[in-house]
Structure formats: C-alpha cells, structure tokens
Ligand binder design. Sequence first.
Ligand SMILES: [Zn+2]
Length: 473
Amino acid sequence: MEGSHFSLLENVPIIVLAAGHGGTDPGAVYGQHNERDQVIQIVERMAKLLRSWGVRVEVAPHSHDTHQTIPHINSLYGFGDAWVIEVHRDSASGLSNDDASRRCGCYYGTSLGSRLIGEFVRDSMKGHGAHSNTWARPDTASNFNSLAWIRQTNQLAHLLELGFMQGSNSNAHLMFLAEIGAKALFEAFTGREANENAITESTLETSVPRVYSSYVSESALSRGSFAAEAPEQLNAMLDAKRSLEAAISALAKQHKAEPPFSMIARQAYSAEEAILPSSADYAPLAESRDNQNDEEVLRSLARAHGILPAVEQMIAMRNSSFPHSRPRYWGVVNFSRHSSKKRLYVLNVSEENVKSYLCSHGIGSDGSKDDGIAEKFSNKSGSHCTSLGIYRCAETYMGSNGYSMRLDGLEHTNSNARERFIVMHGAHYVSKKYIKKHGRIGRSEGCPALDHKFSTKVIDQLKFGSFLNHWTK
Ligand SMILES: [Zn+2]
C-alpha cells in the first residue's frame, strides 16, 4: 500500500477503541465462543500495537454494554476530538472456513468522507491479509439499531467486523485479525504505510496522528479551509445534507411538528441518514468515578434540601429500569416552591454538592391566578401545564429558544413530553431582574425554562442520561 491517499487531513489526536460488546452483553454466540470475549482480546491487542507505533489510543471500559459506551465516550470526547472505532466479530453461516476466518468489513457513516475512509480501511485490510471478499458498507445496511452510535455526530466513528466465528477462533488467529485491524487503522489515521520499516520510522515523538474526517472536515469548511481543497466532495456532502434537511422539514410541516428534531424527523433520520441515537441509547452516562454505590451520597444531598422523597423515587426508577446507570448529575424541580425561589436542584454525585436555580412552570399550571404557584399538572397536549414525574434527559439541539434539551417522560404522568416539545431551555423571563419587577418569574408552555445565564451549563450537565424529577411535596 502507498499509505493514505487522503489529501484532506485534520488533526485528531486520538483513536478510541471499543470492544463492540462488554459488560453483560455477550454479542454473537457460536458454540462455546462469544463475541464479547474475542473482541476484548482483539481490542487490547490492537491498542498495544497502535501504541507501540506511536498512535495515542484509549480503550473504552469493557465493563460497559454498548449502550453505556456511547454516552461514556460522548462525555469524554467532543466534536472532532477522537476517532472512534468499535470492533465486532460475528457469527454467520454458509461461509467456507477460510472466508469466515479472514473476511473482514468496515461499516461507515453516511457522509462521503466517512465512506472514503471505510473504503480505504477495507483495501488496507485486504493488503494486510484479510480475505478478498472483505467489504465496506454504510451502517444503514447493517439493520442493527445497536450500531446507532456510529451515527452520532460527535465523532467520526467507524465499525470494524473482523472475521466470523464460524472460522478459526484460535488465539493466534485473533491476534492476526488484531494486526490486520491495527495496520489498516494506522494507515488511515496517519497517512503512513504500515510496513515494518515505516512503522519503526514513524514511531513515537514525531507522530502526530491525522485523519481525514468528514465531520471534522465539515467544521473545517466553516473555517474556510475545505472548500478550496475539494470542492466536489464538499458539494456532494452539502447536497446530501441539504436534501435530507429539506425532506425532514417537509415531513415535519406535514405533521405540524417542529423540525428537525420531532419524532417524525427522528424517524426520518433513522430511516434515511440515521444521525440521532434512539432513546434506548441515552442511557447510562457512566462515570469513571468508581462510585457503584451512589445512593447514600444522593440521599444525604437530598435531605439537606428537603427533596429526599423525590430522590428516592429517582433511585427506585434507576434501580428498576436502568440498573447500570450511574449519572453524575441528578435533577429535581420542587414545584411546591414559589416560582421566585430557586427550585431546580442539580445534585452532583461526584463532587457531592448541590446547585439550585430558578425554573419556570407552564402557564396552564397556575392559569389566570398567575401567582407564581403551580397547582395544576397535566400530561395533555395543549394544556400548557407542567407535568410531574421522572424524565430521562436526552439529546440537545439549537431551537427557537437557543440551546435546548429533549426530555423523555418515563411515567404515565409525563409520557407525552417529547411529543409536546417539553424541553429544557433558557428564557428571558426567568431571571432575578424579572422577579424584581413582577414578584415571580414568567411562565412557559410546560417546559422547565431556566435563566439564560445558567441554562447551557445545566443542560450540559444533565444531557444524555441524567434523571430529572418534576415533583411536588
Ligand atoms: Zn457485534
């Protein structure tokens, strides 16, 4: 191989490897073999090889299931910070032993750049001993919702399939697959050839890993450096993006929904281009803090603020429905308090502290009295009421109120939150100044609106998996 042919390289400092399965999730099972154990071995070997060749690599915790790995990585790496690779090995039938053993593959994302890398990795793997039937294909062809994470916009992410378990499962063979994967990633990432000499030469200090990342390149575009270099690729990428956006807006309009993050749009995304994770993916925002037992911390923080029953409800919900979830931040809005008082409490389990904020209720909740006291609560569309109950904090977006966060209601009292566009956002009518003038804050249409001064910070703390309880005494 001649090394990377990508002319557009961006600095991305690190590769993050994740075994496609871990924790309690065995992945594919074939006879006495399971995918989890094999991909963990392969990932460890790949990390070791890549590091010895001078590439910075981190490995996602093997104790996580895929659905925990996604938010974990998103909590550590922002836009363009890392190149994330998930590794799998599957069962499949009807392949000859040689084909099954050495046929590898690379799923790529929906952009042109992602495809180019996927195809590059495919060819590179073939060059290093993978079967001639080794493939590269878009993730949408996988039909596995659990692969949704490569759709996340935060990172450029690819997914490698390294052989099938119907073939050889010997330790030596797994190590051979790891070497194929590592060499292909090395070449795509560094633009250098992975032969023994080149790897030795490029080792260590001098190696600044680079990758052509489509998502990163889109950000490069906004800095003006992309257009000059590859107008055709850029235009193709933008065209695809535009037509998708137009289709989603049209759908949203037809359903009188707010584009582009309505349920309708989410379905369109997952069917077409698959950008947003499904709500099952939010989940467990596990922290590196080894706090497996956060309950006592939560209780003592809650007691000090008179919100213990609300926190007990959330702990019970977590333990029954999301037993692996260990969010760092937990939220409670005590709607028994007057709206001029701080009543959103954000509990930080790691630092063991609580911050409190002003938070609006819906105009339907106090109606014509407009006295700052919420009395009526409803899950109904059009009620403009706050709805009580526990929510899972979900994805963020830029909306008409600026940076906002979707909420998924987990109880019969708040199950319509997403359809009602009940979201957390900032609002001008939530401020000390407003209270001085009116004796209370303003009201929303049911959303927990916050002071713009704090809304971004609070949303970033709660997004992708924290629990939030709208509660009254
Ligand atoms: Zn798998």
